[in-house]
Design a protein around this ligand. Sequence first.
Ligand SMILES: C[S@@+](CC[C@H](N)C(=O)[O-])C[C@H]1O[C@@H](n2cnc3c(N)ncnc32)[C@H](O)[C@@H]1O
Length: 271
Amino acid sequence: MKDSPWRQPYLARLTFGEVHNLVDEYIFGQNLRILDVGCGRGWLSLELAREGHDCMGIDSEKDMILSPRKTMESDPYKDERGKPDFQVSDFPQWEHPRDSFDLVIFSRSLHHIPQPSKAVGKAHELLKKNGQIIFIEYAYDRVDKRTATWIYQVRRSLRQSGWYKSRKKLSDNMDKSVGEIMEEYAAPARKEHFNRFEEMHKPLNALFREAHLSWEPYIYWDLIMDMRVPSEDVEMATAHSIMAMETALIEANSINPVLFCFVGLKQPGKS
Ligand SMILES: C[S@@+](CC[C@H](N)C(=O)[O-])C[C@H]1O[C@@H](n2cnc3c(N)ncnc32)[C@H](O)[C@@H]1O
């Protein structure tokens, strides 16, 4: 946890908390049956259960769901909440009755899943009639030169303040560093075969009626993970201003956003 935004509550609120806010904007109705695909450590499922929904989190990594299971079992208020549940499975292989859920959420998980059209098809099959999908996904292929140049500028100003605490190289030669940053984003994505934006968006568009599509700030997650500011107040203010800067640059079309939020309604007769 020491290198993740969970290391400080104000950083967790600014990152995971913002994903939760975004999801909440598109949840219509109460006591829904929700599926959280690639739930990781289950924080979103637990939050949605606190709001009264029955939320099933599924993840392919057994270790991921140990801590939310423990939280769920030791919760003194569990009778007042929706029912969370956690299962381990590779999502496309998961066996579960069709037409079971009101809402399926993918939060930053589909880019990892090979053959995204299969996973999207599976979500379609598991949704009830008029069911809804919320996708919040990272599209690595959108990190272009302008975006890498902004990352470089922020890292440099953090370094000048003595707050850049990453092992990632940062040369004084801007062109060299920008090239390295582009490679830094592309290499793990290539190695782990992350899905590109179009590979994820195409099946969504085919099976769901698009109700909403937006691009959201996300690079600030990486930037704030690379910084350590001695004063908590200053760290919080700096993290907020990096996020605000990314939002403004996206609005001005000066950098490419990398996180998209798609909300869609199940189109009948497609699975
Ligand atoms: C970046 S984490 C996101 C976790 C969480 N949804 C969040 O937003 O913080 C991606 C998660 O997807 C899970 N995952 C990857 N491939 C999967 C698959 N085929 N089936 C189910 N889960 C998968 C990983 O184990 C990991 O926990």
